[in-house]
Design a binder for this molecule. Structure first.
Ligand SMILES: [Zn+2]
Length: 299
């Protein structure tokens, strides 16, 4: 049995999967806000609850925002700031009395979709998160490729490729640079594009709804967004050339983005054509916690 834990900013969730990946149990609790020690105890309590309910122990995989620094073993780059600078993997293993596996939540998403999600059966899978932030993860043969610096897949902080004059230098990014892909393809990026062209303040969700109802301005915003997404993905394909790309996160639910996307990507990639399937996630919001469970290949 595999147990996966999703350590989020507002809630923590644990699931148990049997060896075939079927869901045995799911349980959630609110994240004690800004309280690292309290969250550790809450995670341990969730795991104890699941194991008691099912009458057996499982392997423990945890997905969390941020990455573990290879230099210090401490969490870095996390938007759950209570985690930064903390030896999460060691502390949780100590509290549970057994080893755990820890991975970035975008990597867990990619793993879940590669194992038994939209890209099941494909060898090299690139998972993309389009949401509040823009992240990604690379999976090869059902294993996360974390990378030498633990940043593999972080395409959101590359500059937008083939940038046009009106796209330079781009908006400042929280990472300290400007014009990152994330500043264009996050929900806030889509909303900012709409505001700057039309003067109308709309959320990404409202833009998608308006476009579906035939609003021409909203449709233009989505077309520009799709073109930028195509450029970002083409640069990923030029480096990794994965067997499939899976889109997750809130913006991946906009059906309009998929139609015509492969043709657009083909225009930018260094190839006479691009056959890469670009697929919506199968497990939706559950992919992070499922991927955390799959961090252990066998029990
Ligand atoms: Zn950035």
């Amino acid at each position: 049995m595999r147990i996966g834990v999703d350590w989020g900013g507002t809630k923590i969730e644990a699931i148990a999967l049997d060896d075939a990946g079927a869901l045995l149990m799911r349980h959630r609790a609110p994240t004690p806000s800004g309280d690292y020690e309290g969250t550790l105890r809450a995670v341990a309590a969730l795991i104890a609850f699941v194991e008691k309910g099912l009458g057996r122990q499982g392997s423990i995989g945890v997905g969390a925002p941020g990455a573990v620094s290879t230099r210090s073993g401490l969490v870095k780059n996390s938007n759950s700031t209570a985690l930064n600078g903390k030896p999460l993997e060691r502390d949780l293993a100590e509290l549970l009395g057994r080893p755990i596996r820890l991975a970035n939540d975008a990597n867990c998403f990619a793993l879940s979709e590669a194992v038994d999600g939209a890209a099941a059966g494909r060898r090299v899978v690139f998972g993309v998160i389009l949401g509040t932030g823009v992240g990604g993860g690379l999976v090869v043969d059902r294993e996360v490729v974390a990378g030498r610096n633990r940043i593999a897949g972080e395409w959101g902080h590359n500059p937008l490729p083939w940038a046009r004059d009106d796209e330079r230098p781009g908006a400042p990014c929280y990472c300290g640079k400007s014009g990152c892909i994330e500043t264009f393809l996050s929900g806030a990026g889509l909303a900012r594009d709409c505001l700057s062209r039309t003067g109308r303040r709309k959320s990404a969700e409202e833009i998608a709804e308006a476009a579906a109802l035939g609003d021409a301005d909203a449709e233009v915003s989505l077309a520009i967004y799709q073109d930028r997404l195509a450029r970002g993905l083409a640069s990923v394909i030029n480096v990794v050339d994965p067997d499939a790309i899976v889109l997750g996160g809130g913006l991946s639910n906009i059906a309009r983005l998929y139609a015509g996307l492969p043709e657009l990507v083909s225009r930018y990639a260094f190839s006479d054509g691009v056959e890469t399937p670009i697929l919506p996630a199968l497990h939706g919001d559950s992919s992070g916690v499922r991927g955390a469970a799959w961090l252990w290949p066998s029990v």
